[in-house]
Design a protein around this ligand. Structure first.
Ligand code: NAD
Ligand code: DAU
Length: 341
């Protein structure tokens, strides 16, 4: 099978490329990535060295000519490419609309003319909006995105849906909850808290810290996409979640405890700093993943404790990776956010 994977130099895309090449030795992967601030070829250094079946192309999914060329002869397209950080979309949503909407449309047009057999849109549970204290997002929950980021992702989803309906396009949409794991850019909550703690920097918690996210270890998201690629039904939506709801404040306290234990020194909760809330901050996400479990036989392999242990160990072992990021582009962004210094 030949796969065109977009956004493969980012967090989930790079983990997926590693996963798919390990589990399907005869597959060929073309990775198309624009290398924005979030794209990093360091994430794939081991793959680039050891797999002749892997190739990288630097480029934009919205570049119709390039995408038309790349998609020829490909069996399936998996679209991870996106602007992915909610806070950035609140500052300026232009790149979000350009990549997550216009870019998705360009990919869909190219995929139609190349007659590919499968297209997977990597979407998010955020398209469903926010939950109160109870209830879960199912695939039938109406779309109600609250941030410019999630609105742009929802627009991508309805485009895929429309192409399936109008053109009998072989599209499938995957909506996953909050991922964490290796190679996650340290602007996102879990890697930000781990790396700030290791640098003895404040741990900024938005609002009252009681917002809830449903965490899933990135390998489990990858195995779910693998199941969708091989067994998913065209035209369907599949929710993916790890059944690990946690309040933000509790996640930070567990991280501090785990780091203290590993380094045999106390990392105090005094590093926690409550800061003004994110605008329009969604209160709670929780995924009902019954459909993918029942229909495709998928289940997660990690609980939150095991996933977080693995993640913290990775950030401890790979200081150079995240220190490089934090001292460059990330630092400029952080200054813009007025949360440091
Ligand atoms: P990320 O920001 O780490 O990576 C995004 C990648 O896309 C980067 O490598 C970037 O260079 C590339 N990219 C951006 N614009 C591009 C363009 N125009 N053309 C080509 N490449 C481009 O994001 P992530 O966290 O790995 O998320 C990947 C996908 O999964 C996104 O679609 C996101 O919406 C979705 N998702 C993320 C999570 C999560 O918790 N991180 C959860 C559910 C779904
Ligand atoms: O639910 C899936 C989504 O999860 C993905 O679609 C997005 O791409 C991904 O970024 C993520 O969105 P969130 O907004 O939930 O993730 P983030 O890591 O930005 O924040 C997680 C929670 O932590 C959220 O309630 C906001 C809070 N937070 C975040 C940061 C960066 C803080 O309290 N302080 C922070 O500094």
């Amino acid at each position: 099978m030949i796969l065109l994977i977009t956004g493969g130099a980012g967090f989930i895309g790079s983990n997926f490329i590693r996963y798919i090449l390990k589990h399907h030795k005869n597959y060929k992967v073309i990775n198309l990535d624009k290398l924005t601030y979030a794209g990093n070829l360091e994430n794939l250094r081991d793959i680039d060295k050891s797999y002749k079946t892997y190739s990288f192309v630097k480029g934009d999914i919205a570049d119709r000519r390039l995408v038309n060329r790349l998609v020829k002869g490909v069996d399936a397209v998996i679209n991870f490419a996106a602007e992915s950080h909610v806070d950035r979309s609140i500052i300026d949503s232009s790149d979000f609309i350009q990549t997550n909407v216009v870019g998705t449309q360009a990919l869909l047009e190219a995929a139609i003319s190349a007659k590919i057999t499968r297209y997977i849109q990597i979407s998010t549970d955020e398209v469903y909006g926010s939950l109160g204290k109870s209830g879960y997002f199912t695939e039938k929950t109406p779309l109600a995105p609250n941030s410019p980021y999630s609105a742009s992702k929802a627009a991508g989803d309805v485009l895929v849906r429309a192409y399936c309906h109008t053109h009998k396009f072989p599209g499938i949409i995957a909506r996953c909850s909050n991922n964490y794991g290796s190679y996650q850019f340290p602007e996102k909550f879990i890697p930000l808290m781990i790396t700030n703690a290791l640098e003895n920097k404040p741990l900024p918690i938005y609002g009252d810290g009681l917002n809830v996210r449903d965490w899933i270890y990135v390998d489990d998201h990858c195995s779910a996409i693998d199941a969708i690629l091989h067994k998913g039904k065209v035209g369907e939506v599949y929710n993916i979640g790890g059944n690990s709801e946690r309040k933000n404040i509790d996640v930070v306290k567990i991280i501090l405890k785990k780091i203290s234990k590993r380094l045999s020194m106390p990392f105090s909760t005094s590093l926690i700093k409550f800061v003004p809330d994110r605008k329009g901050h969604d209160r709670r996400y929780a995924i009902d993943s019954t459909k993918i479990r029942k229909e495709l036989g998928w289940k997660p392999g990690y609980n939150f404790d095991k996933g977080l242990d693995t993640t913290i160990d990775w950030y401890l072992k790979n200081k150079e990776w995240w220190q490089k990021i934090k001292s460059g582009e990330y630092k400029r962004y952080y200054k813009k956010m007025y949360r440091e210094g």
